[in-house]
Design a protein around this ligand. Structure first.
Ligand code: ATP
Ligand code: MG
Length: 443
């Protein structure tokens, strides 16, 4: 893959001033994989103040302490970081100090994984002192240097490693995998916000199910609620997997929308605590959706997920075990409660949940399809399911003499009538229904 022209011009400017400059890290890895890199990072022998001076008003000192200057280009920002060596790590998070160096190899050596420790020049020269290209070719994720030391320096790398394995479909090399497990408790010292970012990327990864299936105990450091799911036998003919593998399989069957992946992972987290065995020795999980809601809410708060994200996941978890609506009225009610976007996510979750059951019980796909068809039909005919679509407004009710909270209450009641099919969404009919209601008659 070609280095984009705006990045080339940054490299050229640095080289013309007598510095070395390379594309480095994720962009080189992605380019070798034939994937479009998210952003192109540059590493250079130039000191931050030299880069600042060179690019003048286009340069911003975004992370000077770590040697990073952001250069604005017409096609977006490019981060230029000075070759550096990280000092000692005392807190398993960040180096106490960084030292600038004139050696590209030393800069590559501080990087986390071999596949992330390659540099590419303007002339297409690849610097790859740790065999990253060969690891990519063989599909292997391996630490640069000694895994134990690298994870002890910065425990976030453990989760980053699972993320890269999941997103890029890499097998974690045995020594690296063993060190991840051995040092996983150090993740407890990492800021929740940073864990959250890596976790979301991990869950979105194409091979997340395999990686999660292999390393539940790493996630268990910050989400111990997951651990009882692992190996939990459901004792029920509907299920052929334990709760963990069921959840991970459901996750594999939903599209990589972060909230949906999260909901799939957490939808049954309340199962172990609600398990009961009946007289026939069959397992049940009465009220597990509610238990899952409480746990999921706490777990997402702990990792400081944005409120909107958390609320959406929790709503999906709460609804996951309800019957699939397959009538116009049922779908309109669900639309009113969830809105179109969340209802579609819910149907995707239900589809995946069902696909993760025992083979003989995967037959609910047709029901879900039926619900989806009704949803499409209702939307195509512009069915009313929200106050915004209702044929009367608050003003109409004020004119009828209602005031204060009675207005909102009346609007809600009217919407309920329309959604349930008791009144058509027409102004006169709605106002008439409201007046009959006022007189205590049937709408
Ligand atoms: P993405 O495609 O998600 O951006 P990336 O590999 O570019 O992946 P970044 O977090 O953007 O990941 O980091 C850029 C590069 O910096 C990495 O490729 C790696 O070389 C290095 N790096 C980032 N975080 C660490 C870390 N915690 N320890 C060591 N090296 C790191
Ligand atoms: Mg990056």
């Amino acid at each position: 893959m070609e280095i984009p022209s705006h990045v080339q011009s940054v490299l050229r400017t640095l080289e013309a001033a007598g510095h070395e400059a390379w594309c480095v890290g994720g962009c080189v890895r992605d380019a070798l994989l034939g994937r479009a890199p998210e952003d192109w990072d540059v590493t250079a022998s130039a000191r931050p103040e030299e880069t600042l001076a060179l690019f003048g008003s286009r340069a911003e000192p975004t992370g000077l302490r770590h040697g990073t200057v952001t250069v604005k280009t017409e096609k977006g920002p490019v981060e230029v970081t000075t070759y550096r060596i990280d000092g000692d790590y005392k807190d398993h998070r960040r180096p106490d100090s960084v030292t600038f160096t004139s050696s590209l190899e030393e800069d590559l050596a501080r990087r986390d994984f071999t596949v992330n420790a390659m540099a590419l020049s303007l002339r297409g020269e690849l610097r790859d002192p740790f065999g990253g290209r060969e690891d990519l070719r063989r599909g292997v994720l391996r630490c640069v240097g000694e895994p134990d030391r690298r994870f002890q320096e910065d425990a976030l790398r453990i989760l980053r490693g699972l993320r890269f394995a999941a997103a890029l479909g890499l097998e974690i090399e045995a020594g690296t995998a063993a060190a991840m497990e051995a040092h996983r408790s150090l993740l407890g010292e990492i800021a929740p916000e940073r864990i959250q970012i890596e976790l979301v990327k991990l869950l979105a990864g194409e091979e997340a199910p395999r990686v999660l299936g292999e390393h539940p105990r790493v996630l268990g450091v910050f989400w111990p609620e997951l651990l009882p799911m692992v190996g939990f036998d459901q004792r029920n003919i509907h299920h052929c997997y334990d709760v963990w593998i069921h959840s991970v399989t459901a996750l594999a069957n939903v599209p990589p929308v972060p909230e949906l992946r999260c909901a799939a992972l957490l939808h049954d987290v309340g199962k172990p605590s609600t398990f009961t065995l009946d007289g026939e020795g069959v397992g049940h999980f009465y009220g597990h959706a509610k238990a899952s809601v409480a746990l999921a809410d706490a777990m997402l708060r702990r990792l400081r997920f944005p409120n909107e994200f958390r609320e959406r996941v929790v709503r999906l978890v709460e609804w996951h075990d309800r019957d699939i609506p397959r009538t116009d009225k049922g779908v309109r009610r669900a639309l009113r409660a969830l809105g179109e976007a969340d209802l579609r996510l819910l149907l995707a979750l239900k589809r995946a949940d069902n696909l993760a059951q025992a083979p003989a019980y995967r037959g609910r796909q047709a029901e879900i399809q039926e619900g989806e068809a009704i949803l499409d039909k209702l939307l195509a005919e512009d069915a009313c399911f929200s106050l915004r679509q209702l044929a009367v407004r608050g003003g109409d009710l004020l004119a009828l003499g209602l005031s204060g909270p009675a207005v909102g209450e009346a609007l809600d009641w009217l919407l309920g009538q329309v959604v349930d099919g008791a009144l058509p969404n027409e102004r006169e009919a709605l106002l008439g229904g409201l007046q009959r209601r006022g007189r205590g008659e049937k709408p």
